[in-house]
Design a protein around this ligand. Structure first.
Ligand SMILES: [Zn+2]
Ligand SMILES: [Zn+2]
Length: 395
C-alpha cells in the first residue's frame, strides 16, 4: 500500500488544482466528470459515468476475503456561484464560479485514494468510489442512490474539509452532525396602487415585513427551548420604485432543526402564521416547501472505528471526538438513510495563513490536507475490521 501511496501523493495537488481552476455549478458537472473518467480509464479502473454524465461510480473492487463487507467512499464534485478573490496560481478560470466548499479537495483525495487502492488490491474489504454531483443543491446524493450507487454496499464514508480545524487534525463524532433542512418559498399576493394611497391597496411589502417579524419571533418562541431551530429568510423580492405599491412579494428561506418532529412543527407553524397574516392584511399567501433533507447522523460503530484508525495515523491527540453538530445541511444524509456511515471533518487550516469560512470568496486550504485525507481513506479501507459491519442495518 505504501508504495502505491508514494506514487499517487505527488499528483494530489495537480488533481486538486485542476478541479479548482475549472469549477462547475451543481447540475453542470460535465467536464469534471469527463476528467475523472479519463483518469480512471487511464488506470484501467472499471467505472461508469452516471447521473446524466455528471458523476462517476466505480465498480466494486473485490476483497481478499470474499465474505468481507463492502465500503463506499463518496466525494462531492460541484462548486458554488461565487467570484473567487484569492490571488493564487490555481485561481478559478470561470468568472462567478468557485470551489469555495472544498469539493475540489474531496474529489482530488478520492481520485488519489481510488488510484492507490486499485493498484494495491486486493484489500481486506470490498470498496467502491462515488463521485457525486449536486451536493450544494441537496439533490445529488439521492440521485446517486437512485442510480444504484449503494447496491452491494454495507457502509459509506466521506470527508469534508474544515477550515476551522488545523491541518493534521480530524473531527469524528458519533450521532447527529448536520441539521434537517427545509427550504421554502412564500408568495404574498396583494393589490398594487399609488404609494400615497395605501388604503386603496393591499400592500404585499407591509404584509411581508410583518410576516418575517412574526416568523422570527414565533418559531423559536413556540419551539421547546431544548431543541435547536433556525429560520432564515434569505431572499425578499418585491417592488420596483419608491412610490408604487407592488402586486406581489416573494420570500425565500430555510428552516434548520436537529430533529424531524421539530422540523414538522416549524413547517406547520409557518403555514399557520401565513394564513393568519393573510387574513390580518387581507392578502393571499401561498407557501411552497422543498423536500425535507434529513439530518446526518454518524453511525457510532463506524465513527469509533474511523477514530481509532485516524488516531493510529495522526496520533490520538489529533482526533477530536465530541464536536457540536452544525446547523448546516449535507446531503450525505441521504446515503445514511439507507446504510450506516460516517462523515469525517478534515482539518485544512494553515498555521501561517488566514483562511476564511466555507462558501466565502477567499476560502482556501493548506494542501497538506490532501495527503492526510488520502492516507486516512486508504488506511480505513485497509484496516476495516473483517466482519462486524455485516450486521443488519437498523436506521
Ligand atoms: Zn457547501
Ligand atoms: Zn461542502
Amino acid at each position: 500500500m505504501e508504495a502505491q501511496l508514494t506514487r499517487v501523493l505527488p499528483r494530489l495537488s495537480q488533481f486538486r488544482r485542476h478541479f479548482h481552476r475549472n469549477p462547475e455549478l451543481s447540475g453542470e458537472e460535465y467536464s469534471t466528470t469527463e476528467y475523472l473518467s479519463k483518469q480512471l480509464t487511464a488506470a484501467r479502473i472499471p467505472h461508469r459515468v452516471a447521473a446524466g454524465k455528471r458523476g462517476v461510480i466505480t465498480e466494486i473492487v473485490e476483497p481478499a476475503d470474499p465474505g468481507a463487507p463492502a465500503v463506499a467512499m463518496r466525494a462531492d464534485i460541484d462548486a458554488l456561484p461565487i467570484q473567487e478573490e484569492n490571488d493564487v496560481p490555481y485561481r478559478s478560470k470561470k468568472p462567478g464560479v468557485m470551489h469555495a466548499c472544498g469539493h475540489d479537495v474531496h474529489s482530488a483525495i478520492l481520485l488519489g485514494t481510488t488510484l492507490a487502492l486499485y493498484r494495491a488490491r486486493p484489500s481486506p474489504v470490498a470498496w467502491k468510489s462515488i463521485f457525486q454531483p449536486c451536493e450544494e443543491s441537496g439533490r445529488g446524493a439521492c440521485e446517486m442512490v437512485r442510480e444504484g450507487a449503494l447496491e452491494g454496499v454495507d457502509a459509506i464514508i466521506a470527508l469534508h474539509v474544515d477550515p476551522n480545524l488545523p491541518v493534521g487534525k480530524v473531527a469524528i463524532t458519533p450521532g447527529p452532525r448536520t441539521a434537517f433542512c427545509q427550504d421554502f418559498a412564500i408568495e404574498i399576493i396583494g393589490q398594487g396602487g399609488h404609494g400615497a394611497r395605501p388604503h386603496t391597496t393591499v400592500d404585499p411589502i407591509a404584509t411581508a415585513a410583518n410576516l418575517i417579524t412574526l416568523l422570527y419571533q414565533a418559531i423559536p418562541r413556540q419551539t421547546d427551548a431544548r431543541q435547536p431551530v433556525v429560520i432564515t429568510v434569505g431572499a425578499m423580492k418585491a417592488g420596483h420604485t419608491s412610490n408604487v405599491i407592488p402586486e406581489t412579494a416573494l420570500l425565500q428561506g430555510t428552516i434548520r432543526t436537529l430533529n424531524a418532529a421539530v422540523a414538522t412543527h416549524a413547517r406547520d407553524t409557518v403555514e399557520r402564521l401565513c394564513a393568519s397574516v393573510a387574513q390580518a392584511f387581507n392578502a393571499r399567501i401561498s407557501t411552497l416547501f422543498d423536500r425535507l433533507l434529513p439530518g446526518m447522523a454518524n453511525d457510532p460503530q463506524i465513527a469509533t472505528l474511523s477514530a481509532d484508525v485516524a488516531g493510529r495515523l495522526l496520533g490520538p491527540e489529533n482526533v477530536l471526538r465530541n464536536e457540536p453538530p452544525s446547523m448546516g445541511a449535507e446531503d450525505f444524509a441521504d446515503y445514511l438513510q439507507a446504510i450506516p456511515g460516517c462523515m469525517i471533518g478534515l482539518g485544512a487550516k494553515a498555521d501561517d495563513r488566514k483562511i476564511t469560512p466555507l462558501h466565502t470568496a477567499t476560502f482556501d486550504i493548506d494542501e497538506t490536507a490532501l495527503l492526510i485525507g488520502t492516507r486516512l481513506l486508504t488506511a480505513l479501507v485497509f484496516e476495516w475490521p473483517k466482519s462486524p459491519d455485516n450486521r443488519e442495518t437498523d436506521n
